[in-house]
Design a protein around this ligand. Structure first.
Ligand code: PEP
Ligand code: MN
Length: 293
């Protein structure tokens, strides 16, 4: 790791990458996140209906996704927008897991809901708007489930690592960091995808890094390009919004891929994933040689 980063991040010892701790691999059944496999997480922004969720779970699973996403508790900008199905949505996610074997990730927005969400989810998502909610971080950390921590939309990379340090310091080492775009002056896209954040995180932390090309751009036509960039920057996986009929989605339809779009994106990404895998193994061999000298 570059020395100046080591100095800047000295207050975050538990998340820093070192020779003795080059990476954290999060194990979920036969799935390893942060290992050699690029992990695809896919599903709708919100859980809406049984048919919507199960049909999406079937299709993304067949296309190679390993984790199903879907919000049951939704952070919405307007109080008049759909706020999520709550407990009913969690039950549908559990049904989809039973049917497909996919692991489940879903957002928890309040410390009051942590135990309920943890009953159903395999991974707890902490959303962008809650990255610095330390009460929620503490409660989620203590639930004993891996955590997908999304970067706050106005958070620096150091802020993200600080939030991860909080979770690890509460006794939960299984944290994945998610780059989902940040707010900048440019409103052409919903957010600005910070590819450099992925590259630097891969250098400075041992925690797995996941890219979210959907929220980063807010436009389905741009999602495949951003996914390629995420893979090339070294991400360990991606989280993508997929919906059976994106134009009718109850939230984030503009950025959701349809089934065909998702399938072709996954197929097109394969050579990029392979290339990144071989670069990574070259790099880790070089590090081993350096460590022996
Ligand atoms: C989501 O994943 O649907 C979501 C609300 O994400 P974010 O917290 O990144 O906005
Ligand atoms: Mn969404």
């Amino acid at each position: 790791m570059p020395v100046h980063w080591q100095e800047r991040l000295a207050e975050l010892p538990d998340v820093l990458r070192s020779r003795s701790k080059p990476r954290t691999v999060i194990l979920l059944g036969d799935l390893a996140i942060g290992g050699d496999e690029f992990v695809t997480i896919a599903g709708p922004c919100s859980v809406e209906t049984k048919v919507q969720l199960l049909s999406t779970a079937d299709r993304v699973s067949r296309a190679g996704a390993r984790v199903l996403r879907g919000g049951a508790f939704k952070p919405r900008s307007s109080p008049y927008s759909f706020q999520g199905l709550g407990a009913e949505g969690l039950k549908l996610l559990a049904l989809a897991r039973e049917r497909t074997g996919l692991a489940i990730v879903t957002e928890v927005m309040s410390e009051c809901d942590v135990s309920l969400v943890a009953e159903y989810a395999d991974i707890l998502q902490i959303g962008s708007r809650n990255m610095e909610n330390s009460t929620l971080l503490a409660a989620a950390a203590c639930a004993g489930k891996p955590i997908l921590l999304k970067r706050g939309m106005v958070a620096t990379v150091t802020d993200l690592l600080r939030a991860a340090q909080c979770i690890v310091s509460y006794g939960n080492p299984n944290v994945m960091l998610c780059e989902r775009g940040i707010r900048t002056f440019d409103t052409t896209t919903r957010n600005t995808f910070d590819a450099a954040a992925i590259a630097i995180l891969k250098q400075v932390t041992h925690l797995p890094v996941i890219c979210d090309p959907s929220h980063a751009c807010g436009n389905r036509d741009l999602v495949p390009a951003l996914a390629r960039i995420g893979v090339s920057a070294g991400a360990d996986g991606m989280i993508v919004e997929v919906h059976p009929a994106p134009e009718q989605a109850w939230s984030d339809g503009e950025q959701s891929l349809g089934f065909d779009g998702f399938e072709s994106m996954v197929a097109d990404l394969r050579p990029w994933i392979e290339l990144n895998r071989s670069l990574r193994s070259k790099q880790s061999k070089a590090e081993q040689v350096e460590a022996m000298q």
